[in-house]
Design a protein around this ligand. Structure first.
Ligand SMILES: Nc1ncnc2c1ncn2[C@@H]1O[C@H](COP(=O)(O)OP(=O)(O)OP(=O)(O)O)[C@@H](O)[C@H]1O
Ligand SMILES: [Mg+2]
Length: 242
């Protein structure tokens, strides 16, 4: 979505959110954050800072210990399990640990995400092939994901997350195993989803090269606390030029 089309309507609003993992690990402490519809947001911070925890809260994989999380204006703690299930169908998540089915092919892993939406066989095939082309994976279509390199698996996880053109895409360390050329393919996928489908995109990353020059919002976590990230204005031709 062009930047002037970002709404000031939050898609996700976290208010004073704390997450304690038993017995006493404070992964997030008193976080208040709005993620607006149509924006691309980078979530940065050192290892252990709480990025994955925040992603898991945003996709309802974990619940906060205290505080409130609203998604599309609805308090998650008041939504039924079936309602959460329906909401999760609009969210694509590329997990840091991929969570692929190793004994299934690349095509099967990606198409599975679409089958639950009752998309036609033809629509599924076309979408999977489009994603494989975008991520330079076409020749791996029928390989078992367990036989792929880490970088290839990472792109399969991204393709699966993007398959349904989700309203919200959460990508946890999406370029950790990729070279610069392949990183650009991933960035193009994000940009395409955002501009063509209005997807809101949240990228948790250590990789400064993908956010250092962006005009998109960057927030940093440090020991479970949130702060704005200082950054400079992008130059022409840079990686994630807006
Ligand atoms: N299931 C869990 N049980 C207990 N502690 C956890 C659990 N998950 C995360 N933690 C702890 O919570 C803190 C935040 O972890 P998190 O995975 O969110 O960090 P991160 O910023 O994603 O780190 P990385 O960059 O290494 O992926 C860490 O101290 C971690 O050890
Ligand atoms: Mg993490």
């Amino acid at each position: 979505m062009p930047k002037d089309a970002i709404t000031n309507e939050p898609l996700i609003e976290m208010v004073n959110v704390t997450k304690i993992y038993p017995p006493d690990v404070a992964a997030l402490q008193d976080i208040s954050l709005r993620i607006y519809k149509g924006e691309i947001l980078f979530l940065t911070g050192m290892s252990g800072a709480g990025k994955t925890t925040l992603i898991k809260l945003a996709c309802c994989l974990e619940t906060p210990t205290s505080g409130r999380i609203d998604v599309a204006g609805r308090d998650l703690s008041l939504i039924s399990p079936a309602g959460i299930q329906r909401m999760r169908q609009k969210i694509g998540v590329a997990y840091q640990d991929f969570r692929l089915l190793d004994k299934q092919t690349v095509f099967q892993n990606i198409s599975m995400a679409m089958e639950v939406t009752y998309a036609s066989t033809k629509a599924i095939r076309e979408r999977v092939e489009e994603l494989l082309t975008m991520l330079n994976l076409s020749d791996k279509r029928d390989k078992l994901t367990g036989d792929l390199s880490r970088g290839e698996q990472q792109r399969v996880a991204l393709a699966r997350a993007a398959a349904n053109r989700p309203s919200l895409l959460l990508a946890d360390e999406p370029t950790g195993n990729l070279d610069l050329t392949t990183t650009k393919l991933v960035i193009n996928l994000f940009r395409h989803l955002n501009e063509e489908h209005g997807s809101t995109i949240v990228v948790a990353t250590h990789d400064e090269s993908i956010y250092a020059e962006t005009e998109h919002r960057v927030v940093a976590l440090s020991n479970g606390h949130l702060s704005d990230h200082p950054r400079r204005t992008p130059q022409q031709g840079e990686l994630f030029e807006a």
